[in-house]
Design a protein around this ligand. Structure first.
Ligand SMILES: [Zn+2]
Length: 156
């Protein structure tokens, strides 16, 4: 991935007050490219890809959605709450369009650890390998995602 004009436009849209009040970058002073490359390297060290993480998030969200706004048990030992509110958020990368405001909370009952992510976060991970900047309250640490959602390396 190169530091294209699209990347520069995305970076501008990620600043506070453009799409969301707090923006997507937190206190991270690294470039968008550096943030993405570092997270991708961490995921690759665990034998996984961003797309695989996003697929797992999506699967758990889809199963949790059966609870219709209440916690739903999802195998092997997750309690999952999927909440939708009115409205949409734009992906900060140009050309992607709007994504519905849906938030998923996953409680790993084995470890007691909880993680929350939006549909926009799933999209950002799946399409852009972007987990948001350090210090952002919406940053999803890839290692935490892998640990709490128990994402395993594909054996083949
Ligand atoms: Zn996008």
């Amino acid at each position: 991935m190169k530091n294209t004009p699209q990347m520069k436009m995305a970076y501008e849209s990620m600043k506070p007050g453009i799409i969301t009040l707090d923006g997507f970058l937190g206190s991270d002073s690294r470039s968008l490219m550096d943030i993405i490359v570092a997270d991708e390297a961490e995921i690759a060290r665990r034998g996984l890809t961003s797309a695989e993480l996003a697929q797992n998030m999506r699967r758990i969200r889809d199963e949790g959605r059966k609870g219709e706004g209440l916690f739903e048990f999802v195998q092997p030992h997750f309690d999952v709450l999927v909440e939708s509110v009115r409205g949409v958020l734009s992906c900060p990368f140009p050309g992607c369009g709007a994504i519905k405001k849906v938030n998923t909370t996953v409680v790993n009952k084995q470890t007691g650890k909880t993680i929350s992510f939006s549909d926009l976060a799933i999209h950002l991970i799946e399409e852009h390998s972007f987990f948001q900047g350090r210090g952002s309250s919406f940053r999803l640490d890839p290692c935490e995602l892998i640990e709490i959602l128990e994402i395993k390396e594909d054996p083949h």
